[in-house]
Design a protein around this ligand. Structure first.
Ligand code: SAH
Length: 460
């Protein structure tokens, strides 16, 4: 998947400041399912071209797949995701170019909000709906569009045309507008969003769409496809799209504050962090640390003098390590943290003697017959004074409209418990190992089905 953005603005190398990427450097960023490499094929005063190549790891994609399932199981391995621009493209944009997307620049603030001549080329863009759709989406925004359609297979011309195009879009607009249009419209063209849509997607769409989507002639179709045909979400989004005058400003200032609205997972991590902090713990374990979201918070706080993250997935640990910029940490900071490859199903003496342990959204990944081993590893051998365990509340699943009845929230979940089931398990564990248990809701609570997640706080 390749995106290039060129400008002939003078001096053209200002593009580097707007993108917050140095034209002299090749840089790589890890993504949830692959890597993005950024570099400049050309950077001189007349023209500057930025390139972002996204490598999607199709196997990581299968492992991390959300609710999306297909009858054609080979589709998990035989698909266009590694090379076609899709919602991963938007994920990469928001991760690698977040400041540019928000129009932030400490050195070139004025330029980041000024129109400059820009040309974006996407090497393989799936246009489900053909070239006509491409024009319907980009022409009203003022783009000059050129598109070359690819045949399905040059060796077999009879097979006809594919739905893939190489697309170039030219316009004189602020860079942040171009990026925002791509962020919303590429997944709309692809029409195959990779993760299931929750209500926070509505907020994302409205934030990114502020200032242009409300007047776009294809706004219904964009909203429908972006929100992947979830009728009530679409209605909700459309009802919020044409705001009162004064609301428009709110939406815009919100877009600058981007990522400020916490996701459920951020809420969960910060609730766990607050508990660890309030307990006064200084030596802490993050068991099943995954990609290191909690570790990152812990590392920022000097109260936590020794932090150990454990995970069974090497890939997750690699991502954690790059997210923490492990290699670049000053010695003093790096000494405080260790990443360990290991399974929580086996006791490990290195986990003994800690003040507290966090186990965030991990137990539901364990086979139920193995839970007993997990309990012994954590409560009998490691036995920290405080253990905080979070897990989904399955009762809340009815609120996720596109999660089919009986399906779990994640392909790798082995079970999801109701509030009563979690309480029963926790109470038995607490009694067996001499802990006191308190169970708390996590996330916005519904009167009937409770909160989306639940948290057991075990104290010894
Ligand atoms: N706690 C992290 C990650 C949750 S995802 C967060 O909240 O962001 C669940 C994690 O548990 C995955 O990273 C998975 O690799 C890990 N995991 C699953 N089984 C495990 C086991 N037996 N031992 C250690 N980690 C395990």
């Amino acid at each position: 998947m390749l995106l290039t953005i060129s400008t002939t603005h003078s001096p053209a190398t200002d593009l580097g400041f707007l993108l917050h990427k140095n034209p002299a450097k090749v840089q790589s960023f890890s993504l949830p399912v692959g890597h993005a490499h950024v570099f400049y094929p050309r950077a001189d005063a007349e023209q500057c071209t930025f390139a972002m190549m996204i490598e999607v790891d199709p196997v990581a994609l299968v492992r991390g797949s959300g609710g999306e399932r297909s009858d054609f199981s080979l589709r998990q391995y035989v698909n266009d995701r590694p090379y076609a621009a899709s919602s991963f493209f938007s994920v990469a944009l928001s991760k690698v170019l977040s400041s540019a997307l928000a129009g932030k620049s400490s050195t070139h603030d004025e330029l980041s909000n000024s129109p400059i001549p820009l040309e974006a080329t996407i090497s393989v863009l799936p246009c489900r709906g053909g070239e006509k759709l491409l024009h319907e989406l980009f022409a009203p925004l003022g783009y000059e569009i050129s598109a070359v359609r690819h045949t399905l297979d040059d060796t077999f011309p009879d097979w006809g045309e594919s739905s893939y195009f190489t697309v170039s879009l030219r316009h004189c607009i602020p860079l942040k507008d171009l990026l925002t249009h791509l962020y919303v419209l590429v997944p709309v063209l692809d029409n195959d969003k990779h993760y299931w849509v929750g209500s926070d997607e509505v907020d994302k769409l409205l934030r990114r769409g502020a200032g242009w989507l409300d007047t776009h002639p294809a706004r219904e179709m964009i909203t429908l496809r972006y929100l992947k045909h979830q009728r009530s979400l679409v209605r909700f989004a459309l009802s919020r799209l044409i705001p009162e005058e004064e609301d428009i400003e709110d939406e815009e200032s919100e877009s600058l504050a981007e990522e400020k609205v916490p996701t459920l997972h951020e809420e969960r991590i910060s609730a766990v962090f607050d508990l660890l902090k309030a307990s006064g713990a200084s030596r802490v374990l993050d068991l099943g640390c995954g990609e290191g979201r909690l570790l990152k918070l812990l590392l920022k706080d000097k109260q936590f003098e020794e932090i150990v993250g454990v995970d069974v997935s090497i890939r997750a640990l690699e991502i954690a390590s790059s997210r923490l910029h492990f290699e670049k940490l000053p010695d003093k900071v790096r000494k405080r943290i260790t990443l360990r490859h290991g399974s929580l199903l086996y006791c490990d003496r290195k986990l003994e003697g800690f003040d507290a342990a966090a186990v965030v959204e991990v137990i539901e990944h364990l086979d139920p017959p193995r839970l007993n081993s997990f309990e012994r590893t954590v409560f009998e051998f490691a036995k920290p004074k405080l253990v905080v365990i979070t897990t989904p509340n399955v009762e809340y699943n009815v609120k996720f409209e596109n999660l089919a009845v009986g399906n779990f929230r994640h392909g790798d979940h082995r079970f999801e418990w109701s509030r009563a089931e979690f309480l029963a398990w926790g109470t038995a564990v607490a009694e067996r190992y001499g802990y006191a248990l308190e169970v708390l809701p996590l996330g916005p609570e519904d009167e009937v089905v409770g909160a989306p997640s639940q948290m057991g706080v075990f104290r010894r």
